[in-house]
Every structure is written in C-alpha cells, then in structure tokens.
Design a protein around this ligand. Sequence first.
Ligand code: CA
Length: 655
Amino acid sequence: MPANIGNYQEFDKYNYYGGDDLGVTLVDGKTQFRTWSPIADGVYLKVYADGTGSNLVEVLPMERRQSGVWFVEILRDLAGYFYTFVFDFHGNVTETIDIYAKACGVNGVRGAIVDLKQTDPDGWDNTPKPACASPCDAVIYETHVRDFTIDETSGVSFENRGKFLGFCEKTKGFKGVPTGIDHLCELGVTHVQLMPVADYARVDESKPHKAQYNWGYDPLNYNCLEGSYSSDPQDPAARIREFKQLVMALHKKGIGVIMDVVFNHTFYTEESAFHKSFPCYYHRRRNGSFTNGSGCGNETASEHLMMRKFIIDSLKFWVNEYKIDGFRFDLMALHDIETVNIIRDELNKLDPQILMYGEGWTGGESPLPSDKLAFKWNSYSFGRVGLFNDNIRDSIKGGTFNAYERGYVSGNHNAAGTICRALAGCVPHSQLNGHHQESCWAFEPTQAINYCEAHDNNTLWDKLCISVKDESEQMRIRMDKLAAAILMVSQGVPFLQCGQDFLRTKPRVLPEGEQPNDWNIFDENSYNSPDWTNSIKWDRKKQYREVFDYYKELIRLRKSSYLFRMRTKEEVQEHLRFYGQPDGNLLMFSLKNETECFLIAINPYQEQRKFYVPESLWAQDSFRLRLDDQGRSVKTPLKEREFTVEPVSLAVYKK
Ligand code: CA
C-alpha cells in the first residue's frame, strides 16, 4: 500500500510538524501520546501490562489534530506500562512500536512508559561532562560493549561481563595489568566511541545465555538502548539506568562517550516501525522500489523533513538525557549535506564541544545526486563535520581491499607523498602544492579523523601478519609502532581501535573443510563472529606491554603541546615545515612556534638512517631526543647536526 506522495517537498510544506512532544509525555499525573501520520484514516493506542505476550490492558482511539498529529491523553500516570500504535490505512491495519519510544520491552517490540528522571544514578546531575575545546584535542578509542569485558582476562565479575555494568566496573586487572575502564585511564585516551548501543535486531534479548553476537549495525529502535547489554532485558528501566552508570563512570575519569549512530537505514524495511507508521515516507525510493544505498536493503530519506527531524530529535535526546559527548555517523554519505549541517547547528546550540564525524561513503548507490550527499569529496560543503581519513589509513598499511597490499610502514615507499599530506592534516600546505591532491581534502584539520584500524576489515596487526608474513615478529612490531606514531604526530583527530595498542588480532573460525591459508585465518568482517574472534584478550596487554607503553607515550607526547593539535589550516601552514631529504622516503618536518620547536624524522627502511638538523633550526646543544623507537626521552643534547634514526621508526627531537 505505497502512499502516493509524489512531490515530498510540497507534501512536507503542508504536513510538517515542528513540536518536540512526539511519543509519550508524562505530565502532572497524566500520560499523553502523540504520533505523526498525516494520511492515516485512524490511529489507536494499545496499552499492555508487559513488553510481550497477551496482556492487553486497553485500546483507545486517537484524535486527529493539526499537521497530521494524532493524540490521546490518559488521566493517570502510566509509568510501568507498555504501548503500541495501530495504524489504519484504507483498511490495512498494522500494529507497531512508536518510532519515538524512549524505552522498550524485551526485543524492542513494544514501547515502555518510564519516568526517566527515576533512572538517574546517584550523583548524575553533579557529574560534569569532560571538556574538549577542539576535536584535535581528542584521542578517540573505538570499542564494543561486549568485546570490552566478555573475556575472563578482563578481570570483570562474571555477572557483569559483556554488559554496561562491566564496562564501568573497577576491575581486578590481569596479572597486574590494568584492564577495562582503568586501562582507558592508563592509556590516556580522551573519548570512547561505543559501537551501536541503541536497540538493534539480531541478538535475542530473551535468551541472555545463548551464544549470540552482533556489532549492532542492524538498528531497530533509535531512542532505546540495546537490551542484551542490560542486567535485565525484561526491565525497561534497567538498561537506561545502567548505561547512565557507564557514562557517569567515564565522565568521572574525564573520558567522553561517543555513540555510533546508524540512521542511514533500518534493519527491517516493510516491517520497520517507520514504514508501518507511514508507508514509504521515511525511506528513499525509485520507480516504486526501495533503494539500497546502505547495502543493507534500504536507505532512509534524511531530505524528507520528518525523517530529518527524527534524526535531530534523537540526537538531542541522547545529549540531553544521557550527556553524550559525540556522535559517529555510520555511512554518513547517505545523509544529505543540508541535514548534516543542520545537525551540526543544532548540536552547537546544546554544546559546541560535541564531536560529530562519520564515514564519507555509502554502501551502495543512492538515488539522490551525489553532490547533495555528505560524501568525502564534498567535504568543503560541511567543513565542521569530521570524516574518516581513508587516505592515511591506506597509505600507512596498504589498501584494505587487498590483504597483501603493503603501506609506507611495511615497505611500500610510494606512499610517502600521501603520508606528507596526512601529517599536514590533509589541509592545503604551500610546500605540498600540486602533490597528491586527492589527499588534500580537509577544510580544517579538525575534519580529518586519522586512523589505520577500526572495527571493519583486518586489524592492523593481522594486516601486517598477512602482507609481510615473512618478516620477524620483532620487525612487524616496529611497523605497528611506526603506524601509530604517524597517526599521533599527524594534524587532525587520532582514532584507535581498542586493543590496537597491544596488537589486537581477530582469529577466524575456519568452517569445516576449508584449508587455512595466509589470510583466511584472520576475520576481516567479524560482525556476527563469536566472542573467541571479537573479544578483547587482555593477556595480550601483558604479553605486548612494550607496545602498549609506546602507544601511551605517543599519546602523552601529543597532549604535551598544542603544536600536535593545531586547529586551523593557517596554523598548520605557519608552524609545520617539511625538510626534503636526499631520499624522498625519509620524511622530516618541524613543528615550531615562539616557545617550542619539535623536529620529527621518519625512517621507513629496515636499517638505520642518518638525518640532519636543518641549518635554519640548528643551535649548539639545544636539541634533545624527546621520543625514540622505544618511547624514551634522552636528556643529553645533540652535539652534532646529524642524528641516527633506528630502522622502521620515528624520532622526535625537541629544542
Ligand atoms: Ca535489541
């Protein structure tokens, strides 16, 4: 029963509803319900005693009001009850959860009526959000709630493993090594990016002890939390309270919380709450069919005003109710540029420090013209919003789509030019004019989210194990550390995947009959792989302590000076200077202002190389080694202008 809207702009002009009261409102002992569905012939409210099962309490017709809003008020406080809406379109009757539901029963079938104020943990109002003056001050660490503590090496109590409560538990550590939340503090990251924590579809919340796993990019209810991370998925308030405990525990440690949001598609299409509430309005279509720009069966239509409003309302809700510090947009290029800019404006009104960035690509072809969408190549049209920097990712370690391809740290020295661009935050720089223009895309350094490992594709360590498998483990460790060092001395916003700092690996479960080879023993798409593949194995932090310590020193170095975190392209132009070497693969640059001067030299070769302090910077006895290949500093000053950089490593000198 596709609605024949025709011209959506015209339709929205007459039917847009701008109120901030859609969903359930508890007010003065009364309970009000509102939903928007302009072409419905009738809408009914069903109230239930539980989140599933036959326990209907009452059915009430809703009253049609202006702008396609349907309303009903019940003269008592219904907190503790559950509800759905029933829509009638010319006799086609469907029952669904409210798209605006802020709480839900098990598996997100029915909305739950919860007095959210009652879910605040003690101290919630008095715990401030951490400050973050610029995105460049952030060090982002991506993880998954379950992965973080499900392994016994996490040192988290058995009952809390894999849950919101485990995430914020003070852990026992692993054989003297801090784990869990204490690990985050030890490493020094400023923000944790949680893979989707909003309600998703493919884990059965009613079976908490069944072996199940999903990353969560199968969104169901956008304003509800995922129940499988809760101590009691049957109790709608439990997941809310426990997630707030997680946020509060991180805020108390000065760490911000970034949500990974998946507004680009809905897991179900015809069966989604959106389509059932207003057929065909919330998704993009072409020639009467759903389009598939997400690669997941559909794509949402952010250019339709009530879909746009839904996204904005949802983000504001997460900020206001849960004190969220940032958002990472999955397949952001499916959202139109106008929506993306409006979101930034709206977030600025709440708190300009809220981080906002996303993937500047799609998972398929969208019917919207590509110049209207938030693709990376349109970056200048939404310069206040960050984008994942696939240029630095691929030049550091080699392209992600060919496991054998090598990068700058692993022997492909052709990548040196792109690395220079990345070191300069991918903003224009007069010394790089005309070179590697495709990697000069950022409007400001704040826009470049610099990474070489995230949840998608092989981990950096696995990629090295495949692409340079004949090298010694020691040499691969040098490559891994150099990769991290390049990220941390690049202008922009550094991003690490949890466990990258102790050589995270994702072993793959080989199906019966499949012979192992170089690459199939590693999982490059572990979205529903078992814990054995995905979980953080904290014993590796003990095993590769030296690698962890090096990452920690890199973060300390980055935090030590503004010169590593410049906010504008003008500052980068003024304070960053490259010095050509006889060998173009040896990179050297300085970061210098009135008070400080760093000289950074990168040697990608598997032998020592000599570098020379540029004459313009040289002053006798002034340069000291600030960071060597082991993360150490040396107090004795340089006597000569020349210095040696160890194989496959980076050296930082400070004047
Ligand atoms: Ca769920």
